[in-house]
Design a protein around this ligand. Structure first.
Ligand SMILES: [Fe+2]
Ligand SMILES: [Fe+2]
Length: 194
């Protein structure tokens, strides 16, 4: 477990009040979802707390962090701070709070997701969508689905993101599409749900 008091003090200094509330909401929700996904509850909380640690750093500085830490990202992930904060967040969280490789990986993939996600990675990815301070059109439905089936909820969340990105005429991240296909197989194939 990380030093949560130190992490909170850092986040208070580097995040807006709104994003701090989101991070705390994500931590609590990730811890609850960890029980359902079979992940470590304390690590899920730590990941939720730290996941947006670099979210309010500007694009140019995100690129500098990538260069400094040797972070290699796909071109499609290199287009905005909104995407780059996941890999840079993992690097900065690792440097400052040493949460462990599994937590860092969950921070790394919380935005675009990926196939073969671990229970910890899925817990945080879904928590980021449905934590209590989130307000978007389909969030309540996602919360209801998550109460029944967390895999289905994550599948629906990623499908919604993909639809949204296509509608906006933005490029899709390959990993998100692969993550969605992997979850589709998990939900409809291995677990017998249609
Ligand atoms: Fe994020
Ligand atoms: Fe977030």
């Amino acid at each position: 477990m990380i030093d949560r008091d130190a992490a909170l003090a850092y986040l208070k200094e580097h995040l807006s009040e709104k994003r701090l509330r989101h991070s705390l909401g994500c931590a609590k929700t990730a811890a609850k979802l960890a029980v359902k996904f079979g992940a470590d509850v304390e690590k899920a909380y730590d990941t939720g707390l730290l996941h947006d640690i670099t979210r309010e750093i500007c694009y140019e500085d995100q690129l500098k962090i990538c260069a400094e830490y040797g972070i290699i990202v796909a071109d499609e992930e290199r287009v905005s701070a909104a995407l780059l904060h996941a890999p840079t967040g993992a690097a900065i969280a690792d440097k400052l709070f040493h949460p462990g490789a599994d937590v860092c990986s969950a921070i790394r993939w919380h935005t675009v997701a990926k196939p073969d996600m671990t229970p910890l990675e899925m817990s945080v990815c879904l928590a980021d969508y449905i934590e209590p301070t989130r307000h978007f059109k389909t969030v309540e439905k996602l919360r209801e689905t998550a109460a029944r089936d967390v895999y289905r909820a994550l599948l629906d969340a990623l499908s919604g993101t993909i639809i949204h990105i296509v509608r906006d005429g933005e490029p899709l991240c390959t990993q998100t599409v692969r993550a969605r296909n992997w979850l589709l197989q998990t939900v409809t194939g291995n677990r017998g749900v249609t």
